[in-house]
Write a protein that binds this ligand. Structure first.
Ligand SMILES: O=C(O)c1cccc(C(=O)CC[C@H]2O[C@@H](n3cnc4c(=O)[nH]cnc43)[C@H](O)[C@@H]2O)c1
Length: 249
């Protein structure tokens, strides 16, 4: 169902656009800067076949999964089938030791980590909607594109990994919650607040989805003043500059 806009080589159909959703303006501007950098670099590269410019729209989702789903659904509806791929992009918290500050996480799965019920009689004290029989809190990313983006980041010398990215309506602020989430989702790499919402809107229409998070802080006790936002946005710029090569090669 998610392959019809991505051809057998896992490249984007030439008539399809890419929709990138960010929570806030600073992230949107960073993504736009990265895409522009990619364009300039591709123009300057010698040899090889010249590429068509990637048709990308970068839009604001707002903060949190609910706004993100509503905003993405509205963008997709307004575009009437023009999009072939949807990406949630921004900064995020990294789970130690998987994703240190300044690194990048490409989602393997986008997981609504707090969508379920507290169940004091279970080992984790929580049952997700999957266990409760109310659908799924997990949406897989477009696997080959996620792998290709991760490989491109690593080849460019950036610390990057591919793993589950958790979406939460409430950002984690204690070590206890961080430990609970890591136990709930083995291999958890990052958390943010929009990915699953963006993905739910895309998934409804059978569109493939990706999420990228540039790590500004470690998931755990809240120390907002220590977030390395500039470092994370710099990493996000580079990641987005590689996107045309990832999607079009
Ligand atoms: O203050 C700034 O300059 C600034 C620039 C860019 C982004 C921000 C944000 O505050 C973005 C909010 C956005 O960040 C995600 N996020 C980041 N760390 C975490 C976390 O540890 N847990 C959950 N979410 C996190 C989240 O997606 C927010 O929507 C500020």
């Amino acid at each position: 169902m998610t392959t019809d806009r991505i051809d057998k080589h896992n490249t984007l159909g030439s008539d399809k656009r890419v929709l990138i959703m960010t929570a806030v303006e600073a992230e949107r501007d960073t993504v736009l800067r990265g895409l522009e950098l990619g364009r300039v670099q591709a123009g300057g590269a010698s040899g090889g076949r010249p590429r068509e410019p990637l048709a990308v729209d970068v839009r604001l989702a707002g903060v949190g999964p609910v706004l993100a789903a509503a905003s993405t659904a509205a963008e997709l509806a307004a575009a009437g089938g023009a999009y072939g791929l949807v990406i949630s992009a921004g900064i995020g918290g990294g789970f130690a030791p998987v994703a240190p500050v300044g690194s990048l996480v490409v989602a393997s799965e986008l997981i609504a980590a707090d969508l379920g019920a507290e169940t004091p009689d279970t080992p984790n004290g929580f049952s997700g909607v999957d266990e409760l029989g109310f659908g799924s809190a997990r949406i897989p990313a477009a696997a080959r594109l996620a792998g290709r983006w991760t490989a491109a980041l690593q080849a460019a010398g950036l610390p990057a990994c591919c793993g589950p990215v958790l979406t939460l309506a409430t950002a984690t602020g204690t070590a206890a919650t961080a430990a609970r989430l890591a136990a709930r989702v083995p291999g958890a790499a990052a958390e943010a607040m929009e990915g699953y919402g963006v993905a739910a809107a895309a998934h409804r229409l059978g569109l493939p989805v990706l999420e990228i998070r540039a790590i500004s802080n470690i998931v755990g006790p809240r120390e907002r003043e220590k977030w390395k936002i500039g470092e994370a946005l710099q990493a996000l710029t580079t990641a987005c500059s590689l996107l045309p090569e990832v999607l079009q090669s």
